[in-house]
Ligand binder design. Structure first.
Ligand code: FAD
Length: 464
């Protein structure tokens, strides 16, 4: 009954949109303008504008980043997709073919990666082997050098460290498997309706710093409530607003991808994937979404700036001579490290970086509490990913939340990074291979979204 009414109201709405010239191509504004005219100029809470990001991303960064992400080091991601949902039991595992994830056979993954799942250089490998041995002995082995002992203690504490924004996946579990990200691309899966809404709803409801009294409508057809839901944002401090915008940016990015790699044709002979302009408009057109779509796209740019800033800050970690993108193939590893550093230097040269100094700049005690709240909310979101009822969506959801969590960890570790020794083990600041792979792939997703917006803009312009 409720859904029937919803559909009826939706249909009446569509008729109104068409008859009033708001829908289809009858509007005086072009289809491209309706999605993009509000997505231009300066971004709220930043000194950067959308056009600068488009030029920088689409022509300078995107092609090189894609090349890097195709390398062995970055294409294999270890993930446990079988972790139970910690919040509810009734996950309907979607049986759609397009939700399936094909894990790698063990001989497909380079030995160097398998044997060093959370290690990133030969030296680190040796150190960690000693560490594991020490752990097996029940304590730090006193025969290890003093330097090694210190690193061992730091690194074993690492996964519980208060600097981690995501709940670490138990990649040592027998259920954790390597997935080739190139063979399992993020695209339209057909995961939608109440199950998907429930996840997004819980993410916003439970984790964005909103007052208890304001409820987000679970059913998106319940129009009218959206505005009340968003009005609380205006009263929030910049940090809490930023948190919501990051999640909304991630949500927008996922929805851009599924519109850009939509299942256009499905016959027994072939499947055809490509841009679905109607799907994109339904999600982002200013009029069809009552102004929400363009705002969401702006949040996507905001997320881009935050991850870009984190990458620029972490350059010293990757520049250290003993850091390797270790797969066991020395020549390729060295070439990939060169490409990675080129990309990071390019990122550092971006002229309008987000100024994170305005974050947590207030009272020290208050700032500390906010940072801790941020971290706990974010860890919760990473656990919600285990409740996503479509394995492909779960895979990319987990990877992108881990990547964003790693970006936040970097932004909040600025002093530790600055104090890192130029060579030798770094005791204070450390990134695991999982964090590195997720950080770059997550940024690769946002970078692809920005590029896809240009494609949609061109496609919409051609409609007229
Ligand atoms: P939804 O996107 O489900 O959004 C629900 C409601 O949230 C909307 O009606 C609106 O009120 C609000 N909303 C929408 N966008 C935003 C935003 N950016 N910011 C703030 N509020 C917003 N589907 C795929 O096909 N492929 C995937 O890879 C995929 N990955 C997913 C990963 C996760 C973690 C989740 C939870 C879902 C994923 N989905 C994926 C499903 C997809 O995101 C949508 O949920 C689905 O297509 C249904 O879309 P919808 O239009 O009903 O609105």
């Amino acid at each position: 009954m409720g859904r029937g009414w919803g559909l009826l109201i939706g249909l009446l709405g569509a008729v109104w949109l068409l008859s009033s010239g708001h829908g289809g191509q009858q509007s005086s504004e072009t289809a491209a303008q309706r999605c993009f005219c509000q997505v231009s100029g300066y971004l709220d809470d930043c000194t950067c504008d959308v056009e600068t990001i488009d030029r920088f991303n689409n022509y300078r960064l995107f092609p090189r980043l894609q090349k890097l992400l195709e390398s062995d080091y970055f294409r294999y991601y270890k993930v446990n997709l079988k972790r139970p949902c910690p919040f509810w039991n009734d996950i309907s595992q979607c049986g759609r073919r397009d939700c399936a994830v094909k894990p790698c056979q063990s001989d497909e993954v380079p030995d160097g990666i398998k044997s060093a799942s959370y290690k990133y250089s030969e030296e680190a490998n040796n150190l960690l082997e000693e560490c594991e041995q020490a752990e097996r002995l029940g304590a730090v082995d006193e025969s290890l050098s003093e330097e090694t002992q210190k690193a061992v203690l730091q690194w074993t504490k690492h996964d519980d460290s208060s600097d981690n924004f995501c709940e670490a996946d138990d990649i040592q579990s027998p259920d954790a498997e390597y997935v080739d990200l190139l063979l399992n691309p993020e695209r339209y899966t057909g995961y939608k309706g109440p199950d998907a809404w429930k996840i997004w709803n819980v993410i916003y409801e439970e984790n964005c710093f909103k007052p208890q009294t304001i409820k987000r409508p679970l059913n998106p057809l319940a129009s009218g409530q959206e505005n009340t839901f968003y009005s609380w944002l205006e009263g929030l401090c910049v940090e809490k607003r930023a948190f919501y915008r990051l999640i909304s940016g991630l949500h927008a990015s996922i929805n851009v991808h599924l519109s850009a790699r939509y299942l256009l044709q499905d016959t027994w002979l072939e499947k055809k994937w490509g841009h679905n302009i109607t799907e994109f408009q339904q999600r982002f057109d200013g009029i069809l979404t009552e102004g929400e779509g363009p705002r969401r796209l702006k949040n996507l740019y905001f997320l881009y700036l935050i991850e870009l800033r984190a990458l620029s800050k972490v350059l010293p970690f990757f520049e250290r001579p003993d850091f390797q993108l270790f797969t066991g193939n020395k020549i390729q590893d060295a070439e990939n490290k060169m490409l990675l550093l080129e990309i990071l230097h390019e990122i550092k040269s971006f002229p309008l970086h987000f100024d994170e100094n305005s974050f947590f700049a207030g009272d020290k005690k208050e700032a500390h509490k906010l940072k801790e709240d941020f971290r706990l909310h974010f860890r919760n979101i990473s656990r919600i990913m285990d409740c996503v009822g479509c394995f492909k969506c779960r895979l990319w959801g987990k990877l992108q939340t881990q990547g964003l969590g790693t970006a936040l960890k970097i932004l909040f570790s600025e002093k530790l990074i600055a104090n890192m020794p130029e060579s030798g083990p770094s005791y204070e600041f450390h990134l695991t291979r999982q964090e590195i792979v997720s950080l770059f792939n997550a940024f690769g997703r946002i970078s692809t979204s920005v590029k896809e917006l240009e494609n949609f803009r061109n496609l919409l312009q051609n409609i007229h």
